[in-house]
Design a protein around this ligand. Structure first.
Ligand SMILES: *Cc1c(COP(=O)(O)O)cnc(C)c1O
Length: 426
């Protein structure tokens, strides 16, 4: 950063401070991770200088021989990793990608059947505060008392509301999904089965969780930061399948890829960020290495250690287990809530995120749950025994939440612990 150091002291100082914050703290927010040095280099490359509206081989400006190369590589790698027939790599983020999918496959007023937000669904799956919820009609299914998806309810709602899209996916749900059941229901009501796998796609890429596209899903979206350790962007993946959920003869299923490309450009977004696309290609290349598979397996082990240890320390968990990288603590009846836990842990240098629990009795800004994720700390090299220590830190802090002295002692211990696990790229 010699150049920033010379030209802009203020931003340089802020970058150094952020490096220090990231290095001395423990990142347990389930959606966060560290980009590799190679990904950061691609993002800072000269591709940032180029306007490239259109798609490889079909651009509006000249000078695209190299942008075509990187976008084509990103597309091919994405298709290979996810068993997709088509990949669009231009969406600027997961939220924008979901909007592109909705607008590609629906008309205003059409219905999406998605997971209830307090049961783990995402804001972009139709939260009433979003603009999308004014354009489309969102209906929500829930989980059962054991925290599993209630397929009887999904089927009943699908029959009643005839959604155009049935959406499977979540940002706070620690279990595998039964994709086959979703597809059966979607086929029954002529809906498109759409999976938002932003949180779990890395387990899918490493074959530790099922790939919705292998079970008949038509469309799948994932962010490329989070567990992918790439730049902030998204992939929209689709399959060319035989059935025709759109029912109109001119809308064969083969048109889903075309509709998606058109919805991204020129429908919703215009100029792709080519430096981001270069970095997506680099990240996907890293995903195809054996080291990535080892990383994913370790993250799953670490998450399961967190679950076991928290239960051993007397905590209640949503679904009492995890099959992915996240664990959700349910604090109901304990006298604390997710936001108290979050701010207590922040005092000792541990970042987590408050989370709703199914049918949360508390309001969203003070929900009853806390979500803990292991992607970032696994990238920094923590193994099972280190993970046990992390749970000790969490437990001590929560049990001494009003004892400032104990918390400041714990802050020092967390700082010491973090020294053994450097942040990549710092
Ligand atoms: C993070 C997330 C998104 C939104 O992605 P952004 O890139 O943050 O806009 C969408 N869906 C799910 C399930 C997510 O977890």
């Amino acid at each position: 950063m010699q150049n920033i150091q010379k030209t802009d002291k203020d931003i340089y100082a802020a970058i150094l401070a952020e490096q220090k914050r990231q290095s001395e703290g423990m990142e347990l927010i389930a959606s966060e991770n560290y980009q590799s040095a190679a990904v950061l280099e691609a993002q800072a490359s000269v591709f940032a200088n180029k306007y490239s509206e259109g798609f490889p081989g079909r651009r509006y400006y000249w000078g695209q021989e190299n942008t075509d190369t990187i976008e084509q590589l990103a597309i091919e790698r994405a298709k290979e990793v996810f068993h997709a027939d088509h990949a669009n790599v231009q969406a600027l983020s997961g939220a924008a990608a979901n909007l592109c999918v909705y607008s590609a496959l629906m008309e205003p007023g059409d219905t999406v059947l998605g997971m209830d937000l307090t049961h783990g669904g995402h804001l972009t799956h139709g939260a009433p505060v979003t603009f999308f919820s004014k354009i489309f009609n969102f209906i929500r299914y829930k989980t059962t008392a054991e925290g599993k998806i209630d397929f009887d309810q999904v089927r009943a709602l699908a029959r009643q509301h005839k959604p155009k899209i049935i959406l499977a996916g979540f940002s706070a749900y620690p279990r595998e999904l039964d994709y086959k059941k979703f597809v059966e229901i979607a086929n029954e009501v002529w809906a498109i089965a759409f999976a938002d796998v932003s949180h779990i796609w890395w387990f899918i890429a490493a074959w530790l969780l099922k790939n919705p596209l292998d079970y008949g899903f038509h469309v799948m979206m994932t962010t490329t930061h989070k567990s992918l350790r790439g730049p902030r962007g998204a992939l929209i993946l689709s399959k060319g399948i035989v059935s025709n959920p759109l029912k109109k003869p001119e809308d064969t299923i083969e048109n889903i890829p075309t509709r998606i490309d058109r919805a991204v450009f020129p429908g919703m977004q215009w100029w792709p960020h080519m430096n981001t696309i270069a970095a997506i290609a680099v990240a996907l290349h890293e995903v195809q290495t054996p080291a990535f598979k080892t990383y994913t397996q370790q993250a799953l082990k670490n998450a399961q250690v967190v679950a076991t240890e928290l239960i051993a320390h007397g905590y209640k968990l949503v679904t009492w287990w995890t099959e992915n990288h996240m664990v959700i603590i349910d604090f109901t009846g304990t006298g604390i809530d997710g936001s108290v836990a979050e701010s207590t842990l922040d005092k000792i240098g541990i970042s987590t995120s408050k989370s709703t629990i199914p049918d949360d009795p508390n309001p969203p800004f003070r929900p009853s749950g806390l979500r803990i994720g292991l992607p970032a700390m696994t990238t920094r090299g923590v193994k099972e025994t280190d993970t046990k220590k992390i749970v000790e830190f969490i437990d001590h802090a929560l049990k001494n939440k009003d004892d400032e002295e104990a918390l400041s002692e714990l802050r020092n211990k967390v700082r010491e612990f973090c020294k053994d696990f450097p942040v990549p790229g710092v």
